[in-house]
Every structure is written in structure tokens, then in C-alpha cells.
Design a protein around this ligand. Structure first.
Ligand code: HEC
Ligand code: HEC
Length: 266
């Protein structure tokens, strides 16, 4: 469209763009993510990341030809700063700019923040003793922490070393948003019609290994199966604010963080 405005129109547009981008740049560094703490946004961001960014940054964002993006916040970057880099790209490198709507870019920021590694300061609030009790009552059936507990879900003893507070909150509030590899829900249907639900540990063209809900490792040849159904629903139930308040979650995370600092086991 710009070409029908003539030369002056183009200059005007360029000047306007410059004006906008500079004012937006300083504003965005302090700008808050409108989707902060919304697990739905992180889930959408993950899907966008996989299609637009993973080829260079890796499916786990740990980097291939592009750098590791899991340490941005630990390195002191702000939500707004990361947003801006994604929007503008890195001039002079293969990192492209993006003309996607702000909403989509913020969703990607939410996803990246959720998987980012962060400092212990993030887990400084809450009461570890109350968190320990809460963990015993709600989580220990499926998760180990400090040596005891169930084995269906991942061991959470060191989880606060690798996952941010925002990311853990979203994993607990909405587990299906991003299921960890090796813990994705699957149902296999045998030739006789028996259905076994569990977590997919490994799969190749000929076979599949799952851990069923009784924690038993089972292997199947695909020729013996009628069907393999990958499910979008985590085996972990969602813990909404009705089951665990934000204060309860603070206590839980404080307890988990105390384990990595050498606190007592359950
Ligand atoms: C064609 C490859 C490629 C694609 C696609 C790509 N990136 Fe990048 N990205 C890079 C490279 C290379 C760099 C490092 C640029 C430099 O600093 O020289 C980079 C840098 C970045 C940085 C800055 C890292 C830092 O330490 O400051 C962010 C953030 C980022 N990319 C996010 C994304 C997101 C989000 C997407 C998808 C919307 C994406 N990138 C798509 C290659 C890519
Ligand atoms: C019925 C079993 C079950 C219960 C109860 C359960 N979880 Fe989970 N949890 C899982 C499974 C399976 C996964 C892996 C799949 C996924 O990520 O959703 C998981 C994943 C997680 C993750 C993500 C771990 C990672 O490496 O990304 C966190 C954090 C977590 N659970 C915390 C909790 C907390 C806290 C509680 C108690 C409030 C709890 N879980 C209760 C089964 C359970």
C-alpha cells in the first residue's frame, strides 16, 4: 500500500515507525506480560514456539543453531526485553523479526519464562513445614521428594533448580498444558480389546514401553496391539485454587526448594 503514497508518504511512514519503535522500546522494558501466570498462554506459546522457533533454538529451547533460551531470566532479562527481541529479531544474525500479533509474542514469552532456570530467591516465601504436610496429603502418592513417595510422576526433589516458580505454578494448576517427555499419557488397546492406560516411556516403529497406573513397566509389540492412543490429558489431576490456594502453593514450593538446600526428607 505504501507505494501509492509516493515518496513523501514513505518518508513519513518511516519516521512514524522510528518514533513508534523508540517509544515502544523504552516502554516495553518495563511492560508487564498481560498473560502473566495464565497457563493457557504458556500452552499456546509452547505450540507457537515449536512451529516457529524450535528449528533453531531446539524443541526444549536449549539451543541448536540459536542460543539456549532457558537462562534468559536468570541472566537478568525482563519480560519486556525478551518480547522486544522476539519482535525485532537480532539484526545482522539469522534470528528473524516477527510481525505476529503482540498476543502471540507474549504467549511465547510466557512459555519461555515457564521453562527458564531461576535463582533460589524465587522460592523464598512460604512455610516449608506446612508445605511438607501438604505434599504428603496431595502429591506423595505419585511423586518422590527427598527419597520417599510414589513413582508415577517425576521425582520433584530437585525440580526448583531447573524450573521457575511461574512454570511450576502452571504445571500444578494445569498439568496438561505441558507434559514432560517420558510422562505423557497413552492408552494401548491390545488385540483382545484390553485397554491399558499409562505413561509413555519409549516408542519406536515396532514397540512401545509404558508405565501403567500401578507403576508397572510394560512393553508391547505394535503387531500385538490394536491401537496406541496418545492423550492430551495428563495423569496428574489439575490443582485449581479451590484445592490449593496461592498461599498453599507458596508453602509447597518452599518445601520443595528446601530439599535442594539439603532439608529433611518427608
Ligand atoms: C533461523 C533461526 C532462528 C529462528 C527461526 C529463531 N531464532 Fe531466535 N536466535 C537465533 C540466533 C542465531 C540468535 C542469536 C543472535 C545473536 O545474538 O547473534 C537468536 C537469538 C534469540 C534471542 C536472544 C537471546 C539472548 O540471549 O539475548 C531470543 C529471545 C530468541 N532468539 C527467541 C526466538 C524466538 C521466540 C523465536 C521464534 C518466534 C526465534 N528466536 C526464532 C536464531 C533463530
Ligand atoms: C495421580 C498422580 C499425581 C498426583 C496426585 C500429582 N502429580 Fe504431579 N505429576 C504427575 C505426572 C504423571 C506428571 C508428569 C506429566 C505432566 O507433566 O503432567 C506430573 C508432573 C508434575 C510436575 C511437573 C514436573 C516436571 O518435571 O516438569 C510438577 C511440578 C508436579 N507434578 C507437582 C505436583 C504437586 C505439587 C502435586 C500435589 C499438589 C502433584 N504433582 C500431584 C502425577 C501426579
Amino acid at each position: 500500500m505504501a507505494h501509492c503514497w509516493g515518496k513523501r508518504g514513505e518518508t513519513l511512514l518511516a519516521a512514524l515507525a522510528l518514533l513508534l519503535s523508540t517509544s515502544v522500546a523504552s516502554a516495553q522494558d518495563s511492560l508487564a506480560n498481560p498473560h502473566e501466570g495464565n497457563p493457557g498462554a504458556a500452552r499456546a506459546g509452547r505450540a507457537l514456539f515449536e512451529t516457529r522457533c524450535a528449528e533453531c533454538h531446539g524443541a526444549d529451547a536449549k539451543g541448536i543453531s540459536g542460543p539456549d533460551l532457558t537462562d534468559l531470566w536468570a541472566a537478568g532479562r525482563s519480560d519486556g526485553g525478551v518480547f522486544q527481541t522476539i519482535q525485532r529479531g537480532v539484526p545482522g544474525s539469522i534470528m528473524p523479526s516477527s510481525s505476529a500479533p503482540d498476543d502471540e509474542l507474549w504467549a511465547i514469552v510466557s512459555y519461555l519464562k515457564g521453562i527458564s532456570t531461576v535463582s533460589p530467591v524465587e522460592f523464598a516465601t512460604g512455610n516449608a513445614d506446612e508445605g511438607r504436610q501438604m505434599f504428603g496429603a496431595n502429591c506423595a502418592g505419585c511423586h518422590r521428594a527427598g527419597g520417599s513417595g510414589g513413582r508415577l510422576g517425576p521425582d520433584l526433589s530437585r525440580i526448583t533448580l531447573s524450573r521457575s516458580r511461574a512454570g511450576l505454578m502452571s504445571s500444578i494448576r494445569d498439568p496438561s498444558a505441558a507434559m514432560r517427555v517420558g510422562y505423557r499419557t497413552v492408552t494401548v488397546v491390545t488385540a483382545e480389546g484390553q485397554r491399558i492406560r499409562g505413561l509413555k516411556k519409549a516408542e519406536d516403529a515396532f514397540s512401545i514401553q509404558i508405565v501403567d497406573t500401578a507403576e508397572r513397566l510394560q512393553g508391547y509389540l505394535k503387531t500385538d496391539l490394536r491401537e496406541v492412543q496418545n492423550e492430551a490429558q495428563s495423569l496428574m489431576p489439575p490443582f485449581g485454587p479451590d484445592r490449593l490456594t496461592d498461599g498453599d502453593l507458596d508453602n509447597l514450593l518452599r518445601f520443595l526448594a528446601s530439599l535442594r538446600e539439603g532439608g529433611d526428607a518427608l
